[in-house]
Design a protein around this ligand. Structure first.
Ligand code: ARG
Length: 465
């Protein structure tokens, strides 16, 4: 068996069943460019340690470059006999430069320190891609918010009408968690910027190899301070799995609202034709499939995190083959987000809001009851009493089948005389949608001045990344 990385001590080759179970090339092949970069850095470390002469170093670097070219051209393929990307590339390197030279590259390294490093390198690149896509979505939300400044909608708690808010305020409420996800991706990178390369199987660098130099060569901040930890730890991988899951969940919360808003009952938004789908049987249908798939795939990325953590649970030190199971869930989470986010951005960017309908519904369901209570507080009524009085107004409205602003001065006076003070405007003065919204003008509030301030902050945060 020419391809195997081991075999000296085995009288028989592996069974086909073992090979099938063991093989990972169908999912780790995407690491080829990272593996080749690792090998280039490792070859230079071997050279600096005096284990390769100039001609040997250049021969290896040329061979590795040739493999890189073949990969880029799409013609580099694993064999069925290759166990993983590392073994396949060593086989291919030997084919490229001969056994005497190619057989030198493995000195002082193990697939354990290789994979721990390559996975980090791959995830660091894709974390940057995902962060960029999340920022694109934040921008789409901010653009919709800016385009609809002044538009109102029902703000909800418990999914019931609560207090009216600006549509822009609501949209930005979805932007902030996404900005925090981008921050999470950025500060995760500081922990991911550690290179286990040179740790060998577990016990550390020998042969005079310098892991710090390899780390710098590969764009990491530093080498692992502990070779056992470096090869065995996957907390950094799990952490990225969490941030990916959080992005999925944050997007799913927007998705759910879009789905609800697009119903006949709500009628808050119309979906753009290019960003919605039809039905094979019902000609009238326009379905929010992007939002549904985003919502559904959030479950998938949460599952990936759960699966990974379950694999890691109670694993003894150091490397165990179980750890090979880290890649599929993480790659899937990254792939999923890279698929969902651009589509979801398009969905959000092209939503057409029915701002008239939203404004009409905004104050309904007695959403101005808090304004009644707070008006009484300004009239120096203790809030506990004010709350009772406003509640009584709501009860009266329910009896009469009307909204708060329909109550006459007499009806209000009958509930509580303080609602209609002598010689001053009655509570009616604050029973308007605009008044309610503009009164919430404290930091973070829904008043337009505050929302404009927020928009500038979101723009600045997007610009800073
Ligand atoms: N393919 C393995 C992984 O992805 C790395 C190889 C380690 N194999 C071994 N027998 N030590 O984790």
């Amino acid at each position: 068996r020419t391809g195997a990385l081991w075999g000296g001590r085995f009288a028989d080759g592996p069974s086909p069943e073992l090979e099938a179970l063991s093989r990972s090339t169908h999912f780790d092949w995407r690491l080829v460019p990272y593996d080749l970069a690792g090998s280039r850095a490792h070859a230079r470390a071997l050279y600096r340690a005096g284990l390769l002469d100039d001609a040997q170093l250049n021969g290896l670097l040329d061979g590795l470059e040739a493999l890189g070219d073949r990969f880029a051209a799409g013609s580099l393929r694993p064999d069925p006999g290759d166990e993983d990307v590392h073994g396949a590339l060593e086989r291919l390197l030997v084919e490229e430069v001969g056994a005497d030279l190619g057989g030198r590259i493995r000195a002082g390294r193990s697939r354990n320190d290789q994979i721990a490093t390559l996975l980090r390198a791959y995830l660091r690149d894709h974390a940057r891609v995902v962060a960029g896509l999340v920022l694109d979505l934040v921008e789409a939300l901010a653009e919709q918010a800016r385009a609809h400044l002044g538009a109102t909608m029902p703000g909800r708690t418990h999914f019931q009408h609560a207090q009216p808010v600006l549509l822009s305020h609501h949209l930005l409420a979805h932007a902030w968690p996404l900005l925090r996800d981008v921050e999470r991706l950025r500060d995760w990178d500081a922990r991911a910027a550690e290179s286990p390369y040179g740790g060998g199987a577990l016990a550390g660098a020998s042969l005079g190899l310098d892991p710090e130099a390899v780390a710098a060569d590969l764009g990491f901040d530093h080498a692992s301070p502990n070779s056992i930890d470096g090869t065995a730890a996957r907390d950094v991988a799990a952490e990225l799995g969490f941030v990916a899951a959080m992005v999925g969940v944050d997007v799913s919360r927007i998705a759910e609202e879009v789905i609800v808003w697009a119903t006949k009952e709500f009628g808050f938004v119309r979906l753009h034709d290019s960003w919605s789908t039809g039905s094979s049987i019902m000609p009238q249908k326009k379905n929010p499939d992007i939002a549904e798939l985003a919502r559904g795939k959030a479950g998938r990325v949460v599952g990936n995190l759960t699966g990974l953590l379950t694999t890691l649970k109670a694993l003894p030190l150091a490397y165990n083959r179980d750890i090979q199971e880290d890649k599929e869930p993480l790659f899937d989470s990254v792939d999923t987000l890279e698929l969902v986010l651009p589509a979801f951005r398009g969905l959000v960017a092209t939503l057409v809001f029915d701002t008239e309908r939203m404004a009409e519904l905004a104050p309904q369901g007695f959403a101005l009851a808090t304004d009644v209570a707070e008006w009484l507080v300004r009239e120096k009524v203790p809030f506990r009493e004010a709350h009772e009085v406003a509640g009584a107004c709501v009860r009266r409205c329910e009896e009469l089948g009307c909204e708060l602003w329909d109550l006459t001065e007499d009806q209000l006076a009958a509930i509580d005389a303080r609602l209609v003070p002598e010689g001053r405007p009655s509570v009616h003065a604050v029973l308007t949608l605009e008044g309610s919204v503009s009164s919430r003008d404290g930091r973070g509030g829904t008043a337009e001045v505050r929302v404009r301030e927020q928009l500038d902050e979101v723009d600045a945060a997007v610009g800073a990344h």
